[in-house]
Design a protein around this ligand. Sequence first.
Ligand code: GAR
Length: 211
Amino acid sequence: MSALRLGVLVSGSGSNLQAILDKCASGELPAAVTVVVSDKADAFALERAARARVSAVHINRKDFESAASFNEEIARILIEHGVELVIMAGYMRLLGKEVLDAFPNRVFNLHPALLPSFPGAHGIVDALDFGVKVTGVTVHFASDVFDDGPIILQEAVPVNDDDNEESLAARIHAAEHCVLPQAIKLFAEGRLAIEGRRVRVLPEKDKSVIP
Ligand code: GAR
C-alpha cells in the first residue's frame, strides 16, 4: 500500500500534528504528511513541521481580500503538494467551500468534545463548566458548518470531580493523539463508508474506496 499523502491544517501547538508525524515515521500509519498549512505565523506546529522536514506554509487571512480567495489559496497549496486527505488538527477557522469542493469527503476535523455537544473554539472548558460527567473527542468529515459533518470516530473521556481545565485537557489530548491517527488509518485502508450522516467502518476484509 503506498503512503496516503496528508495535508494538515493547524493554528496552534500542533501536538496532534506531532502524533501523526510520529506514527507515520514509526510505520504505524500508512501515510506521509506532505504539507502543513497554518493561518498563524507563530504556531508551534510550523516548527514541528520544519523539524520533521515537511513543507510548512503560513498563510495570512489579512493578505487576502476575501475568505474565498484565502481558501482558494489553501486549496491550491494542498493540490500543489499532491494531498489526498486534509486534516484539520486544531485549525480554528471555518474551512471554505473552495477547499471542501476540491477535496470532497476528504477533509477530517478534530474536535475536543463529543459532538454535537460543545462545538466551537472552547469545547473542553465548555464541557467542564456545564458539569458533564463524560466528555471526549470527535473526528468527523468536515462540512461548511463549524464542527458539523458525519462522525467517523468518537472516544469518551470521563470528567473527574477534581478536574480543572488543565487536567481534563491533558486527558482529552491524549485521547486525540490516538483517535485521530486511528481515523486516518481507517481512511487509508479504504474502510470508511459515508451513508448520509452516518459513517460505517467496514471490516478489514471488506475494503472499498470512498468514491
Ligand atoms: C485540539 O484539542 C483540537 O481538538 C482543537 O484544538 C486543539 C489543537 O491542539 N480543535 C478545536 O477546538 C476545533 N473546534 P494541537 O494544536 O496541540 O493539536
